[in-house]
Design a protein around this ligand. Sequence first.
Ligand code: HEM
Ligand SMILES: Cc1cc2nc3c(=O)[nH]c(=O)nc-3n(C[C@H](O)[C@H](O)[C@H](O)COP(=O)(O)O)c2cc1C
Length: 597
Amino acid sequence: MPLHFSSSTLRSALRSPRLATASSFRRGLSGQSTVIRPAPSGFLIGAGVALAIPTYLYLNRAHLDSHPDTVASAVPDRVHSADDGGKEVGVRSVSIKDVLDRKDGDEIWVVIKGEVYNVTEFIEDHPGGPEIIKSNRSRDVTPIFQPRHPTDQLDEENLPPNVYHLGRLDVSTASDEEKDELRLKFSKDEEEEGARIEKKRKEIEEKGLGGIVNMRDFEKTAKEMLSAVGWAYYSSAGDDEITKIANNTDYQKVTFRPRILRQVAKADAATEILGHKSTIPVMISPAAMAKLGHPLGEVNLTRGAGTTGIIQCISSFASCSLEEICAARSPSQPLFFQLYVNSKRDLAAEVIKKVNKLKLDAILLTVDAAVGGKRERDLRLKGSFEPPSTGAYEKHEDTKGVSEAMFAGVDPDLHWDDIKWIRTQTDLPLLVKGIQTVEDAVLAYKNGADGIVLSNHGGRQLDTTSTGLHTLLEIRKHAPYLLRPEYRGQTGVSQALLDNPENLTPPDLKDAKPLDRKFEIWVDGGIWRGTDVVKALCLGANAVGVGRGFLYAQTVGGDKGVEHAVGILQSEILLVMRLLGANKVEDLRPSMVNVKE
Ligand code: HEM
Ligand SMILES: Cc1cc2nc3c(=O)[nH]c(=O)nc-3n(C[C@H](O)[C@H](O)[C@H](O)COP(=O)(O)O)c2cc1C
């Protein structure tokens, strides 16, 4: 049987912020410390057309053969039963035959990392949809489960109350036929995809990353190393992808005015972002589901950012848990968190509490994705179109309990006043991500934000919206007071420059007063080159973000890929600065570029 994905597979990422999900599970568990729970008698069958699509295979292909050794340390020594009041009853083992006996009938069992679970009651609540589980019942589903769920998803405190851990799989008594029956079966397409990915990964391991000389090389290589699902998810954008393309081509409308003979041997691309040192003025934009590209997912980004001294912003929909990510953090490494506010404010409050507790350094409130955009690459893979009326805040009347909280998702009624509420929950700097007009930039400032991210979500939301760079130009024209005073001057040549051509830049405007508080402006979308970075900075951005570029880098080379990407960007930025005549990031000014309207 091929792997089956329910039609909600990819959209689920927009429904339930990972943290809200985990915390809602925890709430449901309060007062219950049981791991083994009595199996249910009734179960629900959900509708939904399953669609066979290739998936992410190179993980754990040999899982079943190796699991008796590898899982031993990951499972508790003693487990408890609900029907004996939580008393220790010892490790229960479940034979493969027992699991296979549930291939038909009321109860739905699966094996994950060598443990057997009864998920009968849970499947209708499952954020990835019931079909994926039903169509793989009585199988070792680890290869599907692992890349999509945080490592601690099945820990006692995160296990939904209606998932019953039955015990450890006993393979010692199983015949080869039984083992084979438990193993997931892959279609020819899936086998080929797996082989293609494995081959490319081996090739990269042997050759190293030396052949990757720019960020687009990462994109090309990642395409060969991603499953069809992964590639569609990462690369997709809204409708005709016009905004995604414009995000990059808009930078071509800005040209440099390089100055010469400026002694640039000691150029340095380091800067500060919200007061934190960063080796380059680039940060990792929050992007969901890094594990679709590489087994270690977001942890690669954290490690790569840590060793190279840049800042990562973690997505609310990260495929690693916040704890996993923070465990990979090096001492005093700054980390930002991207927040979607759940319509249930107590759940949102729990998320913020965790962010405070883990001592993250800033919160980026994403405001451009109350509903998911129409991403047709994803839709085509699903094979059926469902009107995108549901999206992030879909209410599922037919689900209950745990699921209700899980599916509630992002609040479409979020309002500027909510910034005040977030402020009551945290002292961390708060930036608004997804600003696409000068009016909203002004409102963000008036409502007390510490900064804004001019972003259209990498073109994944509303198509034919303006680009981050364009919004920056709008701010320059209509609300220049939001920029730091030295960035309010005009672009291109000016009389002041001609009067003193020996100066690198004209004197900064004398009467320009700074804002009464710090207000940072970051730009993301379509940044692939050092030239793009430097152009945004010349026009007044404090820093820029890169989303897909880093997703692809970690897909290709894990944390080493991220390090390599930072190296590429750093050397390109330094090259541009030197050829422009600037030695420091603070030297960059609007007069160093011309802008074609
Ligand atoms: C047993 C307990 C399980 C729990 C608590 C659980 C939890 C979750 C959660 C919270 C998500 C949403 C991810 C997000 O929004 O970012 C999800 C998605 C998903 N789950 Fe599970 N899951 C479980 C079991 C399974 C099993 C057994 C399978 C496979 C047979 C599976 C396959 C998937 C898939 C394919 C997705 C969709 C990911 C995507 O959008 O690409 N899950 N699950
Ligand atoms: C696969 C993918 C997932 C994303 N997930 C999120 C997310 O969870 N939260 C968010 O605020 N932005 C998300 N974004 C948008 C990025 O933060 C960023 O705005 C965008 O990727 C920048 O454009 P670029 O990919 O051209 O660099 C995502 C982008 C991609 C490509």
